[in-house]
Design a protein around this ligand. Sequence first.
Ligand code: PMP
Length: 335
Amino acid sequence: MTIHNSISELIGGTPLVKLNRLPQAAGVKATIAAKIEYLNPGGSSKDRIAARIIDAAEHFGQLEPGGVIVEPTSGNTGVGLAMVAQQRGYRAIFTMPDKVSEAKRAVLRAYGAEVVVTPTDAGPGDPRSYYDVAEQLAKKIPGAFRPNQYDNPNGPLSHYYTTGPEIWQATDHAVTHFVAGIGTGGTISGTGRYLKEISNGRVRVVGADPEGSIYSAADKTDVHQYDIEGVGEDFYPKAFDRDIVDEIVQIGDAEAFETTRRLAAEESLLVGGSSGMAVAAAIRYAIEHDLDERQLVVVLLPDSGRGYLEKIFNDDWMRENGYGDVVERTNKPSL
Ligand code: PMP
């Protein structure tokens, strides 16, 4: 019998799937395989960090029975934490600005978490900002624990202990390149470190970064707003280890969204914008470095496209935001 004791046992162990059209259409000779992280039970790679961060907090006594998890997040980390909190009987409170869609709040509430909405116009340092409200709640509530995904070493460690070994085993040690977007930096730092150590430095680690983010900006004046969600930063988090990354490929919003739409239309992979960005970076890297048939590139796709139906997959939103030409090109898949 194969009956799992709980849904959280199914975190990790996601499959690798070869991309069959997009790289070939671009003239890539190397194999590009995608790691499909939306098959985690909470729908993203963030389930991995949630499980390890909570395990560690329990182990070190930062989280005790009846404890409360408090984190400023609206995205995938919230879902992972809400799921693990619910499984283990903790209360979870998330703070987020009111610009975050009602659908995202509803997901967190569905898992039993509480959502505190703060005004979007309250910026960093304002006591009403979602970050400050989380800090105040954590101080006020007895037994509160702040996972702090940007600084918590268990984020990268979860990828070091799970994502990295999974890729090494699934490729029979043949992986030559690992490509991932950089948000907190946990995925690329943890997975990359494992793959470098186990391959004696053979595996190359390539970061993908939105145009406007600090990781690939030439200087401060290049740091600006962009539309890709979940990746890029305007500061350096502790979870990111720059020494692990051999090269960072910068991808603009339009190219990321075009690749995202093509992944759904041509590879049947309904994934989010940061996945499109990572695949665009893998393809560009493979072409620019003239990778050949002997190379095996693994690219990590963090979440599902379901969370972006109102944006990247909505033609009106795309046109209103200046991506009309992307809509025209991708509504006629080149099959
Ligand atoms: N893509 C999405 C959609 C994400 O939510 C995140 C996490 N912020 C990432 C990519 C980047 O992962 P990491 O934080 O591990 O760098």
